[in-house]
Design a protein around this ligand. Structure first.
Ligand code: ACO
Length: 329
């Protein structure tokens, strides 16, 4: 029996009000708008308000996605929240979101795949929907990176932002619509190159772990950069191949937004024109797992992604993890 494909039925996103510009950072660390812009493409990013938690942002994005999907809130039967910055180690941000949305006892959990988390979540949702295990899955990506960066390390603090994006996935009814290909991978051997070392069982919280700022992002930028270029290209090209398409068939590409130079290298190699690529790194910086679902929602609301269009998404993140997906909208 052939099961229906899975479609993206609705999207929503949420960016906190506060905007932190490169000039704002230049007042705190030895950096400049010029350095950040030329090395990364970032101009500004949003930061969460005091007291705002990751699940608060997911809840807002989720409400918008559910409305956009034109379903009732109670129709959601699974929540997956991709994040590396949940409200609490446990319960999951997914559980807090379930409470805040006032949903019944449906399964909900967090997914830890850093920047690739949203695409990993979509791949899991797709398989559960096609096997009949779930009908309407809420997949979100949300981060408050401003709480896990080292505010004194200029090499990493300027790179990240906060926000949430969500999508409702369910079975496609129309021929041809839905997810056409998925590709994912990981390499734990390179885990140390981008890591938040403390706070887990390896290095539990202690005075020393706090003083050494081990609860923040530690990154070997150059090494990460090289791997990111290779894996982003691989994920994009494989996802296109697995869908039996060529780069000419792609109407819009939404790449993870870690560095404009990574995006430029990827589209050059994959043969995707810049005008068919969504670039919002200048406004939102790298929001890890939230980056792609925010871009997806913005593209739909801006009319850059219409019904019938072929969408490519690809990501790379800590772990290392990577993923690529092609969807007929
Ligand atoms: N302002 C001014 N100077 C800076 C800054 C800054 N904010 N940061 C670093 N520098 C300096 C360095 O100290 C260094 O100075 P030196 O030559 O005197 O030693 C110089 O600039 C060059 O530093 P590099 O680290 O070599 O700079 P690079 O060009 O590699 O850019 C960057 C750094 C932007 C971090 C880049 O390596 C990068 O984008 N890496 C990949 C990030 C990524 O893909 N992350 C993956 C996803 S994130 C996730 O999963 C959570």
């Amino acid at each position: 029996m052939t099961r229906n494909k899975t479609k993206i039925a609705g999207t929503g996103s949420y960016l906190p009000e506060r905007v932190m510009t490169n000039d704002d950072w230049a007042k705190l660390v030895d950096t400049s708008d010029e350095w950040i812009t030329t090395r990364t493409g970032i101009k500004e990013r949003h930061f969460a308000a005091e007291g705002e938690a990751t699940s608060d942002m997911v809840t807002e994005a989720a409400k918008r996605a559910i409305e956009d999907a034109n379903i009732k809130r109670d129709d959601i039967d699974l929540i997956i929240v991709a994040t590396v910055s949940p409200d609490t180690a446990y319960p999951s941000a997914g559980n807090w979101t379930q409470k805040k949305l006032g949903l019944g006892p449906i399964p909900s959990f967090d997914l830890g795949a850093a920047c690739s988390g949203f695409l990993y979540g979509v791949i899991i949702a797709d398989s559960l929907i096609r096997t009949g295990m779930a009908k309407n899955v809420l997949v979100a990506g949300a981060e408050i990176m401003s709480r896990v960066i080292n505010w004194e390390d200029r090499a990493t603090c300027v790179l990240f932002g906060d926000g949430a994006g969500a999508a409702v996935l369910n079975a496609a009814n129309e021929d041809g619509q839905g997810i056409l290909s998925t590709y994912w991978g990981a390499d734990g051997n390179l885990g140390d190159l981008l890591i938040q070392p403390a706070g887990g069982s390896a290095i539990p919280a202690s005075r020393e772990s706090v003083e050494k700022k081990l609860h923040t992002v530690h990154m070997k930028g150059n090494e990460v950069f090289k791997n990111a270029v290779l894996r982003m290209q691989e994920a994009a090209i494989k996802a296109i191949e697995l869908a039996n398409l060529t780069s000419n068939d792609i109407d819009l590409y939404i790449p993870h937004q870690a560095n404009i130079r990574i995006i430029e290298a990827t589209i050059k190699r994959a043969g995707i024109p810049r005008e068919k690529t969504l670039i919002n790194i200048d406004k939102i910086a790298n929001i890890s797992a939230a980056t792609i679902p925010i871009g997806l929602d913005q593209a739909r609301k801006q009319g850059r992604l219409k019904k019938g269009d072929t969408l490519l998404m690809s990501s790379f993140g800590a772990g290392f993890t990577w993923g690529g997906i092609v969807v007929k909208m």
